[in-house]
Design a protein around this ligand. Structure first.
Ligand SMILES: COc1cc(C(=O)O)cc(C(=O)O)c1
Ligand SMILES: [Mn+2]
Length: 340
């Protein structure tokens, strides 16, 4: 039986949940508010999220999560502070709560080192303090990388103000997982209806846009060793990579996009890995492996938003070679997230 390490497993702490309840009751126009109200202020839910009761699953580690992992044969969860993380809070509160969540996560991983690994959080809107937290996460706390949820106050990661964070992560060989959150105020336009704000569509558009801005801006010429992980089978980019590459190369030739040392396809292949979280489609997974290479594809559940058993059945029934299974189920995760 193959070791199973699930790599986009959501979790939170009561202090972050309490602060998000304040956000739910605040006048913010952020599109994340729909989900935040539903999950963290369920009595005032208008999105239906309150009925799905994700909060218990997010707060829980040992009551339901671990017994289910035992029942379904999941060896490890790589735990991540769930979206939108601390990014809707003011920079000081965000910095403090990220550090608190990181301390709690380190305790969970130290208590059960063969069952839990973790990605630390930071406050992108305080980049210098965020870079320090990256160093603390990878050093003192011995966690396995970093998690962040897309834009912060509408700014994307091609913006030089975030670069101290990438400098620290690259120097420490720390992978940064870019998880979705609701599209930014400038992107949200027609994405506010029909539940398109989050997992069905807006999440993919939000992260995909961030990814393309990072690649097309030449960020990876500046940080050639920086490794980014994304979820949800690569947030639609693998399917579209030929067209993205063709059109960006053409735009560079006619001076419409900045010249870069490598092509978009090379940046995506060299500087990104992606997980299968929330996309339990064997054809999509086979295409992703064949198109981007098995070393770039990592299994994940996306618990508690995805139920655990179907995600385990999906990967155990997936037709692949032993070498592919080894890479998908734990080999790539061990390399990318420094898991022993
Ligand atoms: C932060 O809240 C989330 C909600 C859902 C959902 O299924 O509604 C999915 C994800 C996710 O795909 O990570 C996240
Ligand atoms: Mn997720």
């Amino acid at each position: 039986k193959c070791r199973l390490i699930a790599c986009e497993e959501a979790w939170t702490i009561p202090e972050v949940a309490a602060e998000l309840q304040k956000v739910a009751r605040s006048p913010t126009q952020s599109l994340d508010k729909l989900l935040v109200k539903g999950i963290y202020d369920a009595d005032h839910d208008t999105s239906g999220y309150g009925k799905m009761n994700f909060l218990n699953g997010l707060l829980d580690v040992e009551e339901q999560r671990l017994p289910q992992m035992d029942e379904y044969g999941v060896d490890m969860h790589l735990l991540t502070l769930t979206a939108p993380g601390v990014q809707m809070f003011d920079a000081d509160t965000a910095t403090e709560l990220a550090a608190l969540a990181n301390d709690r996560l380190a305790e969970i991983c130290a208590k059960r080192p063969t069952r839990f690994a973790g990605l630390g959080s930071f406050a992108p809107h305080s980049p210098k303090r965020a870079a320090k937290e990256v160093e603390r996460v990878m050093g003192e706390l011995k966690l396995n990388g970093l998690i962040v949820n897309g834009h912060t106050n509408g700014d994307y990661f091609d913006d030089y103000r975030f670069w101290p964070i990438f400098e620290a992560a690259e120097a420490l060989d720390a992978t940064i997982y870019i998880h979705p959150r609701g599209p930014s105020d400038t992107l949200k336009g027609p994405l506010q209806d029909y539940a398109m704000d989050s997992a069905m569509w807006g999440y993919g558009v939000e992260v995909g846009t961030n990814m393309l801005r990072m690649m097309a801006s030449g960020l990876f010429d500046r940080f050639p060793k920086l490794r980014i992980c994304v979820g949800h089978m690569g947030e639609m980019v693998p399917y579209f990579i030929w067209r993205i590459n063709f059109m960006n190369s053409r735009a560079q030739k006619v001076g419409r996009a900045p010249k870069t040392e490598r092509s978009m396809e090379e940046y995506f292949r060299d500087n990104f890995v992606f997980t299968t979280s929330g996309v339990e489609d064997p054809l999509a997974l086979r295409y992703a492996i064949d198109r981007m290479g098995i070393d770039n594809v990592i299994w994940a559940i996306d618990y508690p938003y995805q139920p655990m058993k179907p995600a385990v059945d999906f990967i155990e029934n997936f037709a692949c070679t032993d070498a592919e299974r080894h890479a998908l189920c734990h080999g790539n995760a061990e390399r990318v997230f420094h898991i022993a």
